[in-house]
Design a protein around this ligand. Structure first.
Ligand code: ADP
Ligand code: MG
Length: 152
């Protein structure tokens, strides 16, 4: 487990941008943290690092938005999901096992259907209004590699 502290949205952004540069097709990122923690901010920067030029917004009502970067980027926000079946209905399994990078906000809500190998990222607020702690947990070799590169 690796913990990184940021003191501004920009710092979180530059962390996400670096992470995005390291990602490859097939990678799965699971983001957790309270409302306003910075999951979407982090997703925007990861997407930018992946070469996405479109403005990334939270797919809170649609559950998924797709972007084109170096790879397809699938951005899920499962905050408003009522039932896990909704995920199957919208083709969650097809997305995560197809070409592309998957980023899931509020991933813990669908813990039961998440792949075992993935990068878990939790964002917590700190003392000051712009303080955040980003906790990164690699599950599987591929993700250990990413974290190793990230903290170099
Ligand atoms: P979430 O998707 O987790 O609900 P958002 O990314 O939408 O959160 O919102 C995070 C808010 O917190 C943004 O307005 C962002 O500018 C602000 N913020 C302040 N400090 C930070 C920081 N260190 N890292 C990320 N976001 C921050
Ligand atoms: Mg969000």
């Amino acid at each position: 487990m690796v913990k990184i502290k940021t003191n501004s949205p920009e710092e979180t952004y530059s962390f996400g941008y670096r992470l995005g540069k390291l990602l490859k097709s097939g990678d799965i990122l699971c983001l957790n943290g309270d409302l306003g923690a910075g999951k979407t901010t982090l997703t925007q920067s990861i997407a930018r690092g992946l070469g996405v030029e479109d403005y990334v917004t939270s797919p809170t009502f649609t559950l998924i938005n797709e972007y084109e970067g170096r790879y397809p980027v699938y951005h899920f926000d499962v905050y408003r999901i009522d039932d896990i079946d909704e995920m199957y209905n919208l083709g969650f399994e097809e997305y995560i096992y197809s070409e592309g990078v998957t980023i899931i906000e509020w991933a813990s809500i669908i813990e039961d259907i998440l792949p075992l190998e993935r990068l878990d990222i939790t964002i917590k607020r700190g003392k000051e209004i712009d303080d955040r702690e980003i906790i990164i947990e690699a599950k599987g070799n591929r993700y250990e590699e990413i974290v190793k590169e990230l903290i170099k």
